[in-house]
Design a binder for this molecule. Structure first.
Ligand code: SF4
Length: 312
């Protein structure tokens, strides 16, 4: 496994731009990462920057453990941006499967076209160029710069915000977009050394996914239990509003859109689903029509003159 932390290299190192507390946290966190990091196939230098980008886009609203089989199948068929750019939308939407929010699949393909055409199939390696790509925002660009290119840059996702806020400030992070204070904290505690900064981003994120979870943090088995301000303060306000309420799925437009796309996925790529077949899928006609219209707007289906649908 590459990217391992060597404790001897940083023991006694000056804190530099980060706080002494952050150095102590590192000394407990990095060995934990060594022993506990999940062996995800896009980690430890085993894929290309493009593969890292694909993993980040797939993981945006889906748990990483669920992403693994999709990512593996996807990269086996489309190992680089050019290959994905040449796929049909039907293939791309079908391969996206149950990852949810399928517009991400089409945006990823739009991104692949730009990378293939404008960058000769090599993902650009600056934050500015990355954020110019379709569907690539601050988080994804930061994650790719850190995890794929090894640059020193703070990555601020929900897990990292929660862990840093608990450990260093002793309070729960708030919902919504990250605040100036949270970004400032993330930059302050980021190790000065680029290699360590990558380990830091990965290990804080992993701790948030596996141990310092939103509702039931496992403080008794946490490597930072003795350093964590939130733990020391008795976990004030735990569960008050750390996450958005879990969204109902049954009966929602998301469910109906998924049922419609599943009907298309279950047949050959160019096949149509007739209006009669659509009516049999969902009994609330108004909702069915609204979902068909929104899928059409998103470029995920085409509605034909006879009211049948197909993939684009
Ligand atoms: S001690 Fe508890 S609250 Fe603090 S980082 Fe660990 S799991 Fe999170």
């Amino acid at each position: 496994m590459t990217g391992r932390y060597d404790d001897r290299q940083t023991r006694g190192e000056e804190a530099g731009g980060s706080s002494t507390d952050a150095v102590l946290v590192r000394q407990d966190l990095f060995p934990w990462w060594d022993a506990n990091a999940r062996d995800l196939p896009w980690r430890f230098g085993r894929t290309t920057p493009w593969g890292v980008l694909v993993s980040e886009v797939m993981s945006q609203q889906t748990q990483m453990s669920r992403v693994v089989p999709y990512w593996q199948a996807w990269m086996a068929v489309w190992p680089d941006a050019r290959a994905l750019a040449e796929a049909s939308p039907a293939e791309v939407i079908t391969a996206w499967g149950k990852l949810g929010y399928p517009r991400r699949a089409l945006r990823l393909q739009s991104c692949a076209r730009v990378v293939g055409e404008d960058y000769d199939d090599a993902l650009p390696s600056t934050y500015e160029r990355l954020t110019e790509l379709p569907g690539v925002g601050d988080y994804t660009a930061s994650a790719v710069m850190s995890f794929a290119f090894g640059e020193r840059i703070a990555v601020v996702d929900t897990n990292i915000r929660r862990v840093l806020s608990r450990v260093f400030l002793g309070v729960e992070s708030q919902g919504g977009a990250s605040t100036v204070e949270e970004r400032s904290l993330a930059n302050t505690v980021l190790p000065d050394d680029a290699r360590e900064s990558v380990l830091w981003n990965q290990s804080v994120m992993e701790l948030g996914a596996l141990v310092c979870t939103a509702r039931k943090p496992l403080c008794e088995s946490c490597p930072l239990a003795g350093l964590c301000a939130f733990n020391a303060a008795g976990k004030p306000g735990l569960g008050d509003r750390p996450t958005r309420p879990r969204q109902r799925f049954k009966g929602t437009d998301r469910q109906v859109r998924g049922i419609i796309l599943d009907a298309l996925r279950s047949r050959p790529a160019a096949a149509h689903v007739s209006r009669d077949e659509l009516d049999a899928l969902w009994s609330v006609t108004g909702q069915l029509d609204a979902c068909l219209a929104s899928l059409d707007d998103d470029g995920l289906i085409v509605i034909h003159h006879d009211s049948s649908i197909s993939f684009p």
